[in-house]
Structure formats: structure tokens, C-alpha cells
Design a protein around this ligand. Structure first.
Ligand SMILES: C[S@@+](CC[C@H](N)C(=O)[O-])C[C@H]1O[C@@H](n2cnc3c(N)ncnc32)[C@H](O)[C@@H]1O
Length: 352
């Protein structure tokens, strides 16, 4: 396929995802306003000029995504990766789950779990219906719906945002040029359903990959998705990121995507310190999470709305938090910050 044609195909594919996300949200919020009018009053409407700026940021994100594939950071095929089978299988279930989500949101039930779900042994901050999700992160149904929910939430840009960790990750690994690719170890903290690990596998086909998460259901889903792709299977472990079950200085690189806004402030520091401990001297730590007020004040209204409409108990605090200060406190240096659409990236190095 010529470059122009494949770029056009990519843009059309992304536009399709965007229209789908918008259509889903418009229809479901109209229905919600009819059935639960009080919920419809939550979150301020987003002004037209902010919507315009958001569209500009999406265009920039997609351009960078395309360019990184052209530069060979990852194969072009990754741009078109979409879990189609899951989409057709689970979209109807996602719709069927919506009335329960509204009910929980209206009654402000934030810690509601089915009797068969084991909640003992998890930290209390974690036993929550984040985003009003049925059974939080603790059921197989939740794991099956999660990727689709996130893609709809971000109008199809969740994967392009996740992919922005790949260039700094590969750049950071250059510090270990003498290490054979097979001996390169990369850990993804809070790997969830394995979406980021799948991308890292495409960018680093030979590296040894590791994933850690608190949710057994999400790890089962990750194992299932990652088993379907060629290459060595990443090693997945159920553990709390506050006590990473790995040796000191073990990984050449550590990544974490969309975790920190779901942690209380004190836990954010502990997790950063753990990531520092397991990173090799000279290694890189790449965080991707939500934008913050300090560098994206023009999107304050969207951040406010996210905190209010979704159940995200630590998000507001996160938007004010100084993660650079936290990373420095843990011992990281040469910290670079980037912003792409609704995500912010912290690229930090452990002194060699
Ligand atoms: C918003 S999801 C992000 C998942 C994935 N990284 C992604 O890109 O979609 C947050 C994830 O963090 C995990 N998590 C939350 N607190 C954790 C902790 N203390 N230790 C390990 N995992 C945690 C959850 O189980 C969930 O899979």
C-alpha cells in the first residue's frame, strides 16, 4: 500500500472509532437524561472552543502516532490493531450493563460487589467501582468490557495515547546497547488486560516482558490476549505495585499506563519508589496518565467533568499532584514531561 493510501486508511479507521464513541455516548446520555434526569445534571457542558481545541489535540496525536510508525518505532500494523472479536462479542454486554451503572451512580454506591466476588486482602482504596464499573476490577465480565469502555470514553484514542510510551521506552533502552535484545527486561506496572504489553511486544519483539496487576480477572484476560500473539509470552504476576515482587535493579525499563490517577497520593509515592527500586541504574521509567491542571489549564472543564461523572475518587488530587517532585524524591533524574491529547508522560531515569 502506498504511504498516502495507508495514512488515509489509518485516518479513516480512527475517524470510524471516533464517530462510534461519540454516537454511543450521545445515545446513552440521551437515554440517561430520560431515565435518571439528576445524573444528566452532573458535569458542566464543554464549551465549543474547548471542543475545537480537543479536536486539534486529537489530530496532533494521530499525526505523531502515524509518524512514529513511519520512523519504525513500531510496525504500521499496530496502528490498525483492534480486538474485533471482543468488540462484537462484548459490545451488547456493555450496553446491557449500562442501567446498572446508572443505578449505582444515582444511589452513590461506590463499593458494591456481587456476593461471589472476593474482596478480602485488597487495599481499601482499590475496592471501589471505579468508573461505576460493575464489580470494579474484580470480575471477568469487567475485564472483558474494559478495553471497549476505555476506547469509547476516549473516542478511539486510548491506544494512540498508550503508544506514546514506546518512543521514549526504546530511546531509554539505548543506554543498554551492549545487552542482547533477548536479555532486555521490561516491566509494565498495572498491566490490566495487557493492551500496553501487546504494544511493547510489537515494538520490542525479542525483549523479556513482565506484567504486574492486582486484579486476577484482568490478568486472566491479559494472558488470553497475549497468548494469541507470536513471541515469548510475557510473565504475568498478581501483586500490589506497592510491594513489587522483583529483585532490586532487575529491569532495564519500567512502564505504567493509566494507574496513578487511581491511587491515593501517599500510594503514588510508594509505587514510584518501588519502580525506582526495581529499575536498573541507567534504566528508564515511563509513566502515561491523565493530563494535569498545571500544563493543561484550558481543559480544566473536562478534568472536572471526568471527576464528577465517573467514580474516580483520587483523580482531583492527582490533577494537582507534582509527579516530577515525587520522581525526584524517589531518586530519578533527567525527568522529561510530554503531553499528548488527554495524556501526560513522565520519562525518568535512574542514575547510572
Ligand atoms: C485504569 S486501569 C489501567 C490498565 C492498563 N494499564 C491500561 O492501559 O488500560 C488501572 C489498573 O491498575 C490496577 N491497579 C490499581 N491499583 C493497583 C495496585 N496497587 N497494584 C497493582 N495494580 C493496581 C487495576 O487492577 C487496573 O488493572
Amino acid at each position: 500500500m502506498s504511504d498516502t493510501l495507508s495514512k488515509l486508511t489509518y485516518q479513516t479507521f480512527q475517524q470510524g472509532k471516533s464517530y462510534f464513541g461519540l454516537a454511543h455516548k450521545t445515545l446513552s446520555s440521551r437515554l440517561m437524561n430520560l431515565i435518571h434526569p439528576t445524573l444528566g445534571q452532573k458535569g458542566k457542558p464543554i464549551p465549543r472552543e474547548v471542543l475545537f481545541k480537543l479536536q486539534q489535540k486529537i489530530n496532533q496525536l494521530l499525526e505523531t502516532d502515524w509518524e512514529d510508525a513511519q520512523k519504525g518505532v513500531y510496525p504500521e500494523s499496530l496502528l490498525f490493531d483492534n480486538p474485533w472479536a471482543d468488540f462484537f462479542r462484548y459490545y451488547p454486554l456493555l450496553c446491557l450493563d449500562i442501567p446498572q451503572i446508572w443505578e449505582r451512580a444515582e444511589k452513590q454506591k461506590y463499593q458494591e460487589f456481587s456476593p461471589e466476588i472476593e474482596t478480602d486482602g485488597y487495599p481499601s482504596y482499590y475496592v471501589q467501582n471505579f468508573h461505576h464499573q460493575s464489580n470494579g476490577y474484580l470480575s471477568d465480565d469487567s475485564a472483558n468490557l474494559y478495553d471497549l469502555q476505555v476506547e469509547i470514553l476516549f473516542n478511539g484514542t486510548a491506544d494512540p495515547m498508550r503508544r506514546r510510551i514506546l518512543a521514549p521506552l526504546k530511546q531509554g533502552l539505548k543506554a543498554f546497547d551492549a545487552v542482547p535484545p533477548r536479555q532486555m527486561r521490561v516491566l509494565d506496572v498495572a498491566c490490566g488486560t495487557g493492551r500496553t504489553l501487546k504494544m511493547i511486544r510489537a515494538a520490542l519483539p525479542q525483549a523479556s516482558l513482565y506484567g504486574v496487576d492486582l486484579s486476577p480477572a484482568y490478568l486472566r484476560k491479559a494472558n488470553q490476549q497475549l497468548s494469541e500473539i507470536p513471541g515469548e509470552l510475557p510473565q504475568l504476576l498478581q501483586a500490589n505495585a506497592e510491594e513489587l515482587p522483583y529483585l532490586n535493579d532487575y529491569f532495564h525499563a519500567v512502564t505504567s499506563v493509566f494507574l496513578f490517577h487511581e491511587l491515593p497520593a501517599k500510594v503514588r509515592q510508594t509505587v514510584i519508589e518501588q519502580c525506582f527500586r526495581v529499575t536498573k541504574p541507567g534504566g528508564v521509567f515511563v509513566i502515561c496518565d491523565s493530563i494535569q491542571l498545571s500544563d493543561s489549564p484550558e481543559f480544566a472543564v473536562t478534568m472536572d467533568s471526568f471527576a464528577e461523572v465517573f467514580h474516580e475518587p483520587y483523580y482531583r488530587d492527582y490533577t494537582h499532584d507534582d509527579l516530577v517532585e515525587r520522581l525526584e524524591k524517589a531518586g530519578f533524574e533527567k525527568i522529561e514531561v510530554q503531553v499528548n491529547f488527554m495524556s501526560k508522560y513522565f520519562i525518568a531515569h535512574k542514575p547510572a
